[in-house]
Design a binder for this molecule. Structure first.
Ligand SMILES: [Zn+2]
Length: 111
């Protein structure tokens, strides 16, 4: 929601969750050829923050391969989208804590 509000305030029109695109990106900007994913740090295994590196201590044989698969699938989806000519921005949950920086990043993405 934070991201949607920011994008809206910047004046960009988007569509939500286009299922016909790889990974069904959270926000799609068809006329600008851009997509944005908003990833939860745990589920998408963000490599640089604590939530993303956190691994449940129980049932690791299940979690570790699962989270690795999520990350690999995300990378494959991004590659696929880029090959189709889309520009891709990933916004991580932990980055929502800094709205000023996030706004600047989104604005740059649309330049
Ligand atoms: Zn993170």
């Amino acid at each position: 929601m934070t991201v949607r509000r920011l994008v809206h305030r910047l004046g960009f029109r988007y569509a939500l969750h286009r299922r016909d695109l790889p990974g069904s990106p959270d926000l799609v900007f068809p006329s600008r050829g851009r997509v944005i994913f908003v990833h939860g740090c745990f589920w998408h295994a963000h490599g640089v923050c604590r939530a993303g590196r956190n691994r449940p201590s129980s049932n690791q044989a299940y979690w570790i391969p699962k989270l690795n698969r999520n990350r690999e699938r995300d990378a494959a989806n991004r590659r696929c989208l880029r090959n189709l000519g889309w520009r891709v921005l990933v916004i991580w949950e932990c980055q929502l804590k800094n709205p000023d920086r996030l706004r600047a990043r989104i604005a740059r993405f649309f330049e």
